[in-house]
Design a binder for this molecule. Structure first.
Ligand SMILES: Cc1cc2nc3c(=O)[nH]c(=O)nc-3n(C[C@H](O)[C@H](O)[C@H](O)COP(=O)(O)O)c2cc1C
Length: 399
C-alpha cells in the first residue's frame, strides 16, 4: 500500500527538519521562504551537499553499554552541550519579527554558540543583552573599512567571543529562484504581492508593528532608501567587494583580539594559510549552495583538511546538515563542530523562538540516538573506521 504522509501544521509535532520546513513554508510568504531556500544557478551544489551525506554509511559497533552517552564537545577551550553552532544568516527578521534574538535565545538555551550576521536585523548590543549565551559575530569585509571597524569594536565591547570572517561572498551568488520573485530590485511581482496579502499572520508579526526589518548593524552607513531589508536587497550585494584577500585576514588578526575564524575554505592550501596567519578556526563551507554552483561538498574535503591542519586550528563544517546522522558523519571525518543555517530558519518560520528550539531539539535528539545505535558514548569515539562510502571522484590533477 502507498504510504501516506500527512504533515501536521503544528510545528511541535514535526518529527524532523523536513517536516518543520514544510510547516515554515506555509507560514511565511513565498518570497521570504524562497530567499531562505534557494541555491545558486542550477542548484547543483545544493543537491550535491545532500547526495554526499547519502553516499556515506555507518558500520556500527554492537553490544556496547551506551547508557552514559553524551554529545558534549570542547570548542575553543570551552565545553559546548552539542557540536552544533547556529550559522550566520542575514535578514532573519523577515521570518519572525525578532528573528536574530529568537535564534540566539534558542542557542543559549541549548548550550551552543549563535553567530550574528553583519546583515542582521537586530543590533549587536541588543542580541547580547536580550539573549546572552555564547555569541559569535560574522563579518563581511565590506568595501567601507569604517563599517568593519565599527562592527568589530561593538562586538568586542558587547562580549562576543569569536569573529567569523566570511570569504566566499566576494562576488555575490546568482540565486535565480529568488530573483524571479521581483520585477525590479526590491519590487515584488504582482503575484508575490498577492501572496503576501494571503499571509496576514506574517504581516502582523513582521511588517505591521515596526515596518520592514532594517539592517540595524550597518544602518548608519546606508543611504536612506537601502536601510530596510526590502530596500537593501538590491544594494547589499553591491557592497561586497571582490578585492578581499589574505591581507584582510592579517589585518583582522591585528584588529580583533579574541578567536578568529575564516568561513569559506575548501582547499588544503587555504586551510594551511589560515593556520599560518594565526586563525583559531576555519569553516569548510559552500555557503549552503548559495554561492558557487558546481562546488565540492565540504564533507568531501573534510578528511584531507582535518589531517593537514586539525591539530593547529578548529575545523568547523557546514552546508546541507539536516539530520543527526549527518552531524555524526562529519564528526567521524574529523570535524570539531558543525554549523547549521536553514534547519533553524525553518523552525523560526514555523514557530518563532519555540520553533527554532524545536529544530535544535530534533537534531540533538537524533545525534544522541545515532551515538547509541553506533555503540558509542561520545563523539570522541566515532571515527572514519565506522564509515564506508561510495567512491567520490578525486579532484583532477594535471601531470
Ligand atoms: C537565508 C540565508 C542567509 C545567509 N546569510 C549569511 C550571512 O549573512 N553571512 C554568512 O556568512 N553566511 C550566510 N549564509 C550562509 C550560512 O552561514 C551557512 O553557510 C549555510 O546556511 C549552511 O548551509 P545550510 O543552510 O544548508 O545549513 C546564509 C544562508 C542562508 C540560508
Amino acid at each position: 500500500m502507498q504510504r501516506q504522509r500527512r504533515f501536521s501544521r503544528d510545528f511541535r509535532r514535526a518529527l524532523n527538519i523536513e517536516e518543520l520546513r514544510r510547516i515554515g513554508r506555509r507560514r511565511v510568504p513565498n518570497f521570504a521562504f524562497e530567499y531562505v531556500e534557494g541555491g545558486a544557478e542550477d542548484e547543483v551544489t545544493l543537491r550535491w551537499n545532500r547526495a554526499v551525506f547519502e553516499s556515506i554509511r555507518f558500520i556500527p559497533n554492537t553490544l556496547v553499554d551506551t547508557s552514559a552517552r553524551h554529545q558534549r564537545v570542547s570548542l575553543f577551550g570551552r565545553e559546548a552541550a552539542s557540536p552544533l553552532i547556529i550559522a550566520p544568516t542575514g535578514i532573519n527578521g523577515m521570518l519572525h519579527h525578532r528573528g536574530d534574538v529568537a535564534l540566539a535565545r534558542a542557542a543559549a538555551d541549548a548550550g551552543i554558540a549563535f553567530t550574528l550576521s553583519t546583515v542582521s536585523n537586530a543590533r549587536i548590543e541588543d542580541v547580547a543583552t536580550e539573549a546572552g549565551g555564547r555569541l559569535w559575530m560574522q563579518l563581511y569585509v565590506i568595501q567601507n573599512r569604517e563599517i568593519c571597524l565599527d562592527v568589530i569594536g561593538r562586538a568586542e565591547r558587547a562580549g562576543y567571543e569569536t569573529l567569523m570572517f566570511t570569504t566566499d561572498a566576494n562576488v555575490f551568488g546568482h540565486r535565480e529562484w529568488d530573483k524571479r520573485n521581483y520585477r525590479a530590485p526590491a519590487r515584488l511581482t504582482a503575484r508575490n504581492l498577492l501572496d503576501v496579502l494571503l499571509h496576514p499572520r506574517w504581516l502582523l508579526d513582521v511588517m505591521v508593528p515596526h515596518g520592514a526589518p532594517r539592517f540595524e548593524n550597518v544602518v548608519d552607513f546606508l543611504p536612506p532608501e537601502a536601510r530596510s531589508a526590502s530596500g537593501g536587497v538590491g544594494i547589499i550585494p553591491r557592497m561586497f567587494t571582490p578585492t578581499i584577500s589574505w591581507d584582510d585576514v592579517a589585518w583582522l588578526r591585528q584588529a580583533w583580539p579574541r578567536k578568529l575564524v575564516v568561513k569559506g575554505i575548501l582547499g588544503v592550501a587555504d586551510a594551511q594559510r589560515a593556520a599560518d596567519l594565526g586563525c583559531d578556526g576555519i569553516v569548510l563551507t559552500n555557503h549552503g549552495g548559495r554561492q558557487l554552483d558546481g562546488c565540492v561538498s565540504p564533507l568531501e574535503v573534510l578528511p584531507g583538511i582535518a589531517r593537514a591542519v586539525g591539530d593547529r586550528l578548529a575545523v568547523i563544517v557546514d552546508s546541507g546538515f539536516r539530520r543527526g546522522t549527518d552531524v555524526v558523519k562529519a564528526m567521524a571525518l574529523g570535524a570539531d563542530a558543525v554549523m547549521i543555517g536553514r534547519p533553524v530558519l525553518y523552525g523560526l518560520a514555523a514557530g518563532g523562538e519555540a520553533g527554532a528550539r524545536h529544530a535544535l531539539t530534533l537534531l540533538t535528539t537524533e545525534i544522541d540516538r545515532v551515538l547509541g545505535q553506533l555503540g558509542c558514548n561520545s563523539l570522541a569515539e566515532v571515527g572514519p573506521h565506522m564509515l564506508v562510502r561510495d567512491r567520490i571522484p578525486e579532484p583532477w590533477t594535471h601531470t
